[in-house]
Design a protein around this ligand. Structure first.
Ligand code: SF4
Length: 166
């Protein structure tokens, strides 16, 4: 896959299941009728829409970009904080992409259903973690075969569950 570029979406899936990264990258679509996928889309479409603006930048697509207390703020809207680590790394990836273009921003994770918000700040440790993740994702995607499914705590509600375990 010569033209493959790592995006924030791949960072998100990497933190959940490496096999999922491979399935997604090779065009194997998750079940669109899956209840979790539909609910996530509905929350994304309705929450925070009145005062937000979605923009694309490099390999990133931000849900919200705004100014707060004189600082640029990038926000990501999520269905639930259950995937907090994935959401945090995805947003850090966006912040790093911006930083590489000379734009310094802070991040906020927004969980409208839980009325919750988490601040995310890019630092040296997160920069190094992201670099390692990007390399590993490229290796996973370029392997000849996907790894075998490995039962984990996300499988039960994963939209690929039928594909992996039927
Ligand atoms: S069902 Fe489990 S193993 Fe399969 S892609 Fe989803 S999380 Fe990964």
């Amino acid at each position: 896959m010569d033209e493959f570029s790592v995006s924030g979406t791949y960072i998100w899936y990497y933190c959940i299941c490496k096999r999922e990264v491979r399935l997604l990258a090779h065009g194997i679509e998750a079940d669109q009728q899956d209840e979790n996928m539909q609910m996530g889309n509905a929350v994304h479409e309705t929450a925070y829409r009145r005062d937000s603006k979605e923009i694309e930048f490099g390999h990133s697509k931000f849900d919200v970009i705004t100014k707060e207390n004189g600082k640029l703020l990038v926000g990501e809207i999520k269905k639930s904080s259950r995937f907090m680590e994935s959401a945090r790394m995805q947003l850090l990836f966006y912040l790093k992409e911006l930083e590489e273009k000379g734009i310094h921003a802070e991040g906020a994770l927004l969980f409208p259903e839980e009325k919750k918000r988490e601040t995310v700040v890019l630092d040296d440790n997160s920069r190094k973690s992201l670099e390692a993740m990007v390399e590993d994702i490229k290796n996973i995607v370029n392997k000849e075969y996907p790894s075998l499914p490995f039962w984990n705590k996300y499988c039960k509600k994963c939209a690929y569950a039928e594909f992996c375990w039927a």
